[in-house]
Ligand binder design. Structure first.
Ligand SMILES: [Zn+2]
Ligand SMILES: [Zn+2]
Length: 308
């Protein structure tokens, strides 16, 4: 694979995303989605701040970090020309993806970085590329690139897998007006827009589920795969108060809330705990974490089933 091939692949990826995004924005129920316009504005400001090129450069930055990681490789797997390496590389890459995304939801500091992606209460291709620049340029490339390299995946393969992930992962966000509810046989092994709808839901059932962006493998292994439930329509967004039309609030509001909690914590241990525990953890012991809420919901359900 030459440098020219890579540039053509990135160009094609960007062109497909831009085309689908433009068709979606202009032709699908535009009037109905007028209320989403403030969110579009917030996302476009984010793209200007971060630089569209910086976001599209994510595979290159990820590849560069993979190069660094491969310098410390724990073992060496086969190279890009060994066909059998592709499924292995995909598994390793997706394992890194699952872990980094799980941490993005379960570690409060990383949630502050990831939350801008979840803030919008609408879903469309632009939401797919709406990431904090900290996530696009640092968190993701280091987590995906460095660690895939460390686990022995060829840096060029990491870069191409990241481009594939960016393309498929962004297409998972196509707007409701373009999306089918279910995708037949694909639903058995691939992440589809329906699984990713659930991931963007603030309904308790859907929170902290479906973490990977290409296949369902690791979500199945770790028990985080949840299908869209027809009886529980997705409410998009996050449970924390956010002005989704305001770039500063959508992208930095969670950091402000974390800082307020750290300041109010009575001791050093609690200050650190606010940063590393899941969102909703409280030094008072009155936690509102997703895990505690799910546990309470299960207990309430059991009590209804066995009132004795
Ligand atoms: Zn997420
Ligand atoms: Zn998403």
């Amino acid at each position: 694979m030459t440098e020219q091939d890579v540039i053509i692949a990135f160009g094609a990826t960007s062109a497909i995303l831009a085309l689908v995004g433009a068709i979606e924005f202009l032709f699908f129920d535009f009037k109905k989605r007028m209320h989403d316009l403030s969110e579009y504005k917030m996302i476009v400001i984010g793209l200007i701040v971060a630089g569209v090129i910086a976001i599209l450069a994510r595979p290159l930055v990820t590849g560069a970090w993979a190069e660094v990681g491969s310098g410390f490789a724990l073992w060496h797997l086969g190279g890009i020309t060994d066909w059998y390496m592709w499924p292995i590389a995909l598994l390793v890459y997706e394992f890194c993806y699952w872990v980094h995304h799980w941490m993005g939801h379960k570690v409060r500091f990383f949630w502050c970085i990831h939350a801008p992606h979840h803030a919008p209460e609408s879903i469309n291709i632009l939401v797919g590329i709406n990431h904090s620049f900290i996530e696009s340029l640092f968190y993701m490339p280091i987590a995906l690139g460095f660690f895939s390299g460390l686990f022995g995946v060829d840096p060029m393969m990491v870069m191409l897998l990241n481009a594939l992930d960016m393309l498929w992962g962004t297409l998972l966000h196509v707007s409701d007006n373009m999306v089918k509810k279910k995708y037949g046989i694909l639903e058995r092994f691939m992440q589809t827009p329906s699984y990713h709808r659930a991931h963007h839901g603030k309904n308790l059932e859907y929170m902290d589920t479906n973490y990977t962006s290409i296949t369902l493998f690791w979500d199945t292994v770790f028990g985080t795969k949840v299908e869209l439930n027809d009886n529980n329509p997705v409410e998009l967004g996050i449970t924390s108060q956010v002005d989704t039309g305001d770039y500063l609030d959508a992208h930095f509001g969670q950091f402000k809330k974390l800082w307020a909690d750290v300041k109010s914590a009575p001791d050093f241990k609690s200050k650190v705990a606010y940063c590393i525990m899941p969102p909703g953890w409280s030094h008072t012991g009155e936690h509102h974490m997703v895990s505690t809420q799910k546990k309470q919901a299960r207990m309430a359900e059991n009590m209804v089933q066995s009132p004795e």
